[in-house]
Design a protein around this ligand. Structure first.
Ligand SMILES: Cc1cc2nc3c(=O)[nH]c(=O)nc-3n(C[C@H](O)[C@H](O)[C@H](O)COP(=O)(O)OP(=O)(O)OC[C@H]3O[C@@H](n4cnc5c(N)ncnc54)[C@H](O)[C@@H]3O)c2cc1C
Length: 597
């Protein structure tokens, strides 16, 4: 039986991480009970029943071929040839064959960018966007760069699907094709030298032509997937107003439909710290042909739809990075011997791995909750989505910000668990940390996301949806094992509400100063609430493991521990190591008796 598999009504045995030599050559879906649990929680039931096999099969592919390919591509990263030997411009990116193999397995075999737009085999309707988001969590176990490319492909398709009048349908077909030979990748080029966070500073110009196309001039400074045929570019038409209101969105392919090279210079690729599998470079447009998406001067609004998808990807992708980091750490801890025993036997490391697991479960719950409301709002389109929109608007920037920071921390701690080897090329934690480090920067840096939380509260009235959302959930948490933790969270939630009241009274500078701490508090309150609800429902099914996770999360986030807990007389991460870090089950009575003892 795969690790952690729980058949209805049966206890699960703790996972033996010593069954693996390292965190690969395995099925990541099977080895991640948290990811499975959260995906099942948020997918509509019929879609999960269909998706489970697809996710399991892709989890195996990522855990074997794609994990191997990712290491190869990291050593042989894409190279740019702006000119050929005769000095002719080529703007060509050369890839290792391993990259094509991963792409084919992802786009054709697993249909990552197809199934949310066209009915997949076994279904009469497409699935929701939760599905590619979950696939991307799995892909991030091995290749964050390819996840970026895959995600921008789906994001570009979302934009064309919503806003194109049909004139770009060939591009939409390409982006969503499950035939690798026809498949196109997407990209999003916003950032310029003078403005990344400040998108309103975009200066690239777009001159309309008599044939309804546009000619683009100017420089884009950060272009990931630089050679994408489905690149969406923000630019300013003549006499357009300043700021984001004056921006229009264009599809600017590397090659025009007749196969000729578009008028642009791919100047150079960035010499990056990580995510080497996706080529990020600089482009100088020199009259490149662009095709308007939708209407002029509505480009920023359209791009916001893509950004939303990319930010949720960043969160579910961070889950994959954390999942891999934890798996590597646990496998190593189960195998490595020091001082006469495996290092996972020692209380201090047990505490570390238990705490990391609890943090991972909170982060995964939050990321998938954000993904759920994002997906619900997309399903409601073109209706605004009401409560789903408000919750999506609030939870997505928080999820992006917090999970990205946690992924960096967790990749760093996992590296340390591997000791000296963890710091060395060839042991994947070194690459994981390099890759993770971009998650808090791209798709909006952490400060920018925190300021976006203020906007969600101020302009989208997100608090109106948040208050009943949290209250109703906490009211349903009744079990004795959870009631004290629920009370603690209720107290923090009241503090949160009064904090919102304070921010409403104070000026903008005050609100900006406190934005990040507010986002932290929102993350902790909502994550705790989700874990408590999960704990309650799992107790009803006979297992108190999630309740223990919820209790630990609340304790580490919200409780004042005298002398940092040293005088508490308990060592929960040690006692419950098999339950917390190894996913063993525990009966509610047994947990209650142990806690009382
Ligand atoms: C590997 C990689 C790939 C990328 N790929 C793409 C891509 O494909 N397409 C694309 O368009 N961009 C891409 N980017 C660019 C990325 O999105 C930007 O770098 C990012 O949005 C930050 O913009 P910036 O670099 O201009 O920094 P700035 O906007 O100058 O920000 C610098 C710092 O200041 C902080 N800051 C800015 N304003 C405020 C404020 N008002 N209050 C508080 N703090 C503030 C930010 O949080 C940040 O920490 C990529 C970046 C990297 C590293």
């Amino acid at each position: 039986m795969p690790p952690g598999t729980v058949l209805d009504g049966m206890d699960s045995e703790p996972i033996d991480y010593g069954d693996l030599d390292r965190g690969r050559d395995c099925n990541y879906w099977n080895w991640d009970p948290t990811l499975r649990f959260e995906a099942e929680r948020v997918y509509p039931d019929d879609e999960f029943a269909w998706a489970e096999d697809v996710l399991s099969s892709y989890g195996a592919t990522v855990g074997h071929e794609i994990a191997d390919n990712a290491d190869t591509v990291d050593r042989h990263s894409p190279q740019l040839h702006t000119y050929d030997r005769d000095g002719e411009r080529r703007n060509k990116v050369e890839y290792h064959l391993a990259q094509f193999d991963s792409e084919r397995q992802t786009y054709e075999d697993a249909r990552l960018t197809h199934d949310a737009f066209h009915a997949p085999p076994g279904r009469e309707e497409p699935v929701g966007l939760l599905h590619p988001l979950t696939m991307q969590a799995l892909l991030c176990y091995a290749d964050v760069g390819l996840t970026c490319a895959a995600s921008m492909t789906t994001g570009a398709a979302v934009v064309l699907d919503k806003f194109d009048d049909g004139s770009l349908s060939a591009s939409l077909d390409g982006l969503t094709s499950a035939d690798y030979e026809d498949h196109l990748e997407g990209a999003m080029f916003l950032t310029e030298h003078q403005g990344g966070s400040d998108v309103g500073a975009v200066e690239v110009r777009a001159e309309p032509q008599s044939d309804d196309t546009y000619r683009l001039h100017g420089e884009k400074w950060f272009c990931s997937n630089i050679d994408a045929q489905g690149a969406l570019v923000l630019a300013r038409t003549p006499d357009a107003p300043e700021g984001t209101e004056g921006l229009s969105l264009f599809l600017v392919p590397r090659e025009r439909p007749d196969g000729s090279l578009n008028d642009a210079v791919f100047r150079r690729l960035k010499d990056k710290l990580g995510t080497l599998s996706v080529p990020t470079g600089e482009i100088e447009y020199e009259g490149a042909t662009g095709y308007l998406v939708g209407e002029e001067e509505r480009g920023f609004r359209y791009m916001t739809e893509m950004l939303n998808y990319e930010r949720v990807t960043n969160a579910t992708g961070a889950v994959g990075v954390m999942g891999r980091a934890l798996l590597e750490a646990k496998v190593h801890a189960a195998n490595r011997e020091a001082f006469g025993g495996t290092i996972q036997e020692y209380p201090l490391l047990r505490r570390d791995l238990s705490r990391l697991t609890v943090d991972y479960e909170a982060a995964t719950a939050f990321a998938f909750e954000a993904a759920k409301w994002y997906d619900r709002r997309e399903r409601a389109w073109p209706d605004d989505g009401g409560q789903a929109y408000k919750l999506m608007r609030l939870l997505v920037p928080i999820a992006k910000y917090r999970t990205a920071e946690l992924a960096v921390e967790m990749a760093s701690e996992a590296m340390e668990v591997l000791g000296g080897n963890g710091y060395v090329d060839g042991f994947v934690t070194e690459r994981l940390l390099r890759d993770a480090q971009v998650l808090p920067i791209w798709e909006g840096a952490s400060n920018i996301l925190s300021l976006d939380v203020l906007r969600a509260l101020d302009r989208a009235d997100a608090h109106e949806a948040l208050l009943p959302y949290v209250t109703r959930r906490l009211d349903g948490v009744e079990h004795d094992l959870l009631s004290d933790a629920a009370e603690t969270v209720r107290g923090r939630f009241e503090e949160l509400q009064s904090a919102l009241g304070t921010l409403a009274m104070e000026d903008d500078d005050y609100a900006q100063y406190h934005a990040k701490r507010l986002a932290d508090l929102l993350f902790d309150v909502v994550s705790a609430t989700l874990l408590l609800v999960e704990g309650q429902s799992e107790i009803e099914a006979g297992d108190a493991r999630k309740a223990l996770v919820a209790r630990r999360f609340v304790a580490t986030r919200f409780e004042d521990d005298e002398a940092y807990g040293v005088t508490a007389g308990t060592a929960p991460g040690n006692e419950f190591f098999d339950v917390l870090a190894r996913y063993g089950s525990v009966a509610p009575e047994e947990l209650a008796a142990t806690l009382e003892a």
